[in-house]
Design a protein around this ligand. Sequence first.
Ligand code: Z15
Length: 843
Amino acid sequence: GRSALRVQAVAEAERPTAAKSSGSAEPVTTDITSKLKYLFGRNGDYTNADAYQGTAWSVREKLIDSFNKTHEHWKKEDPKFIYYLSAEFLMGRSLTNTVYNLGLEGEYGNALREMGYHMEKVADAERDAALGNGGLGRLAACFLDSMATLDLPGWGYGIRYKYGMFKQGLKDGYQVEMPDIWLTKGNPWEVRRDDVKFEVGFGGRVERKKVNGKEMTVWTPSEKVIAQAYDNPIPGYATPTTSNLRLWDAVPVHEFDLSAFNAGDYDRAMLERERAEGISAVLYPNDSTPEGKELRLKQQYFFVCASLQDVMSRFRAVHGANWEALPEKACFQLNDTHPTIAVAELMRLLVDVEGLEWDAAWTITTKCLNYTNHTVMPEALEKWPVKVMAKMLPRHMEIIEVINEGWTKWLGVHLKDLKSEERAKKIAAMSIIHANPWNADEMLVNMAYLAVVGSSAVNGVAAIHSNIVKDEILNDFYEIFPSKFQNKTNGVTPRRWLAWCNPELAQLITEALGSSEWINDTEKLAGLRAFASDPAFQAKWAAVKKAKKAKLAELIKKIHGDDVNQNALFDIQIKRIHEYKRQYLNVLSIIWRYKQLKKMTPEQRKASAVPRVCVIGGKAASAYDMAKRIIRLVTAVGEVINKDPETKDYLRLYFLPDYNVTLAETIIPAAELSQHISTAGTEASGTSNMKFQMNGCLIMGTWDGANIEIAEETGVENVFVFGVRAEEINQLRKDRKNFKTDPRWDELMKDIEGGMFGDKDYFKPLVDSVNNMKVGNDWFLLANDFAGYLAAQEEVDATYKDQAEWLRRSIMYTAGSGKFSSDRTIREYAEDIWHVKPARPSA
Ligand code: Z15
């Protein structure tokens, strides 16, 4: 709203180099109406959706000007580039982010107002670019924002999915999935590059041939597609730098198979098109647990192959075939194992296509690549059957076999001091290719092992996670290459996740700190600590939270038709639905709260109950049956408690459907308590925890992922911490059968089983999954953490009753969030792993 403009006006005045605008509306209104006229054939009487299109296509031109300037500069300077390879980029909306990052809110805000529109409502017409599932994809988007803001020469590379993350609806309380048809109205934020196309092959055969007297390997694919580039300019904040996210679309090599078409065989003519387009058609909706579908491997190879060819062709245009120098000009970050086929592809391009010797190519490859691990759960680690890979990528399978031979041979020498039996065991355990532990006949390619062997640096995404990577899942590798392993604690962009989504709070912070420099120097937020106990400041802080809660209440009303008590504690858990994230545990505590309220007299409730509005949101992967049951449990419990006249003033539970980036931008500023309650050692980092922290939301959390570092920065005493520690997990799992459940737990299980929330047959597997104390059951140890969780919830109530203390903590959260800017994370990657330096174009 308006205060965003004021914040921005301050930022703009202080901005060192950003192009400053007069804020005059006239040329902008003319431009917007001209876009509507000539691009859309419209003449006056525009809806908000029209105004969005006109504004977006107008802003696009400023963005492209900035993009062109930046790339001219980078072309001239020829700095080293970082290429962030990721199967997912969860960008969300672009209009306001672009306007604010470019410092154009004066001009565009005024122009729209003059035309009778509000930026906020106009921006609401934009659809999210949802080319990602959750944390990993959104992290990539935050990283692009920070890379551009820090003037780092760097691009993202990924897939232009025609259909992004499915839209989630509810039908009778059950999740329904609908396709995300996001491109139908055109996309002003992309530029198709008709001159940037590469061929990508699949299948076929591999032969040895003499080429110009040299023995070469020649791969003849049986299937080919074209990767067509689309550029998505990424504006930095308070800098003239606009970088790029290049996404590949798959198109057929021949528009139609003409001979088939002529012969009237239309089906066959269409086949090639369908096959090609299928590759970039849809994002797989799995977060953390991959689906081993062949098409997924095809997607991975498709974008990696196109991206590497693209980078190499640009390098060649400047440096010729001097490939030894490639690592001085380019490095690649593998976002999880999804792009790991890059190890084999870079080898293929260097050896088979460029004719380098194997060893020289291997040196270049390992210097150029780095790998980020995002999960330690064994079922989540990608492994492709050798059979599948050999058929789809026969040459790559050969290359991986040769890499593995070299690797295991090297290990044999390196481990020569071990007894031969031990040595053999260790080598088998570290082999990139190994048998499927559940099916000895099937051989698998372990993508994490391939990534580690093929990379210079390997990192985890929070301190505890990086330690688990080193001490457990990749421990054998760590012992051999200790210096390869690093930690890079995740971060989020403070632009989208504080300044732009919560302009009221941003303005208050700017007033208190006397400058808006915190927007790209978040360590300055520490200055808020001085105000944490100041009653006048607390009152202003509370007023902002209240206004944001009112907005969320409006949304709940729109979706569920209910008015909620805006003085209630707003308690939020939004994230992908997964057993390890334990939304189920949250629901159990809500049921317990409900039962306690029911036992109280109206007077007792009035005197002592702390009213709560609980919100849960998140998508379940289409094939994740247990996650879908959890969603149904949430909605079923909500149906009972929200209309119970005895308790509805004190407790509500709402499931907000279709949780996405845009919804998060409304929910997070309104949250007072957020839940990050994964079983210790399972959540690699979490990133929404950082967004909540920035917005002054208190955290209820386990000692897991980045929660730990957030608690350290905020003051552990200000965080509601509960639950077992990661070091205890293995033993607790072994001791399962001796575990005595809490009587309150037993009662709740009986309630659900007995049909208190209906649907008892549907909920039976949920009860069974946690309630049978044998080894392997309740894998995520809900029962172990249950009592501690309820105790922590009581502490929350007691603290909320003391509003001055609650507000003090809230301010301390924002004040302690400086570390969690993705600017800090990216600076660390740039210095410790990428060795890229800022290259800012002149304004
Ligand atoms: C994903 O979103 C994450 C890990 C994965 O392995 C996949 Cl496939 C998807 C998440 C982690 O679960 C989360 O803890 C982390 O904060 C995020 O990646 C970004 O690192």
